[in-house]
Design a protein around this ligand. Sequence first.
Ligand code: ZN
Length: 336
Amino acid sequence: MIFYHPDLDFRFSEYGIDIPIVDDRAFSVFNHLKKIDPSLSYFDPNLTPKITMSDLLLVHQKDYLDRLFGSEAELEYEMLSCYELIDQTGNYHRYNPKLAEKKFKDALAVILKQIGMTYYSTKFSLDHGFSYFLGGGMHHAMSFAGRGFCLLNDIVITIRKLQKENLIKTAWVIDVDAHKGDGTAELTARDPSIVTMSVHMKEGWPLDSGSVRDPWFIPCNVDIGIDVGEESEYLNKLRVGLNELDKNYPRPDVVIIVNGADPYEFDELPSTEKLKLTREQLLDRDTLIYNFLLDRKIPQSYVMAGGYGKKSWEIYFQFLKFVWESSSKRSEISSR
Ligand SMILES: [Zn+2]
């Protein structure tokens, strides 16, 4: 099942923010999919579960949440720092408040809706085996602050909320975004019920030195750093990582896949340039994870995470097309 509604899109340009996430990347994926599966329809945004303060407190520190939901100036400060909108000289960077049509308070409301959708979609996967939310994946958000375009960590909020409701006990997070999932790692460091794996650029933001001694290197249970020029080894390393999870940790009740498209060779965010996978390599990446979890009958829930520029929609689309084709084949075989 694919979950999408345009109201759930976070359109940076509406807030005067100039980050090359194409505002309509999720919309493009949805529309291209609709051409092959006309039965696809928008999710009714009124059904999005409300995320409450007590949900957020399962993950984030109270003083950080007090600032986010405090005065307009406090929220503005948190947004400017999370979306890196001020440079070292104190001037606006990639940000022009004069172009903003909406307030940061509206942005916060959309982000809360996205968290609600990640939760809803993951809950759906528990009964149906697979779900994909065309949004979410805010894996850099830490307990104490937002970071790297991620204000609140929808992934860990979802898992802790499902745990609290006794719907799951354990979860894995498989993060294949180009940037290391450092927020998820920080939030789950002392939580054995959530096992994390991150496959990321070995060197480059948030790991500026590329060393495990980097102050921002917060370990996951399994970390796979891909060095510059190691693209041809990517799939093998991913396979080794998946086998390590399989061997060393009990089967989880659900897996959330942080399905970033930013390792793509045509990604337009400068900080992703140290990892350049082709379209084919990315399809192999996604089908490897999909089949690994399908073979083990582990529910899999996907979120979009990073993917910047005009071509990023292609990566999400090719994978969802594969899922659609292979699941229609399976149902054809079982109905015979
Ligand atoms: Zn990323």
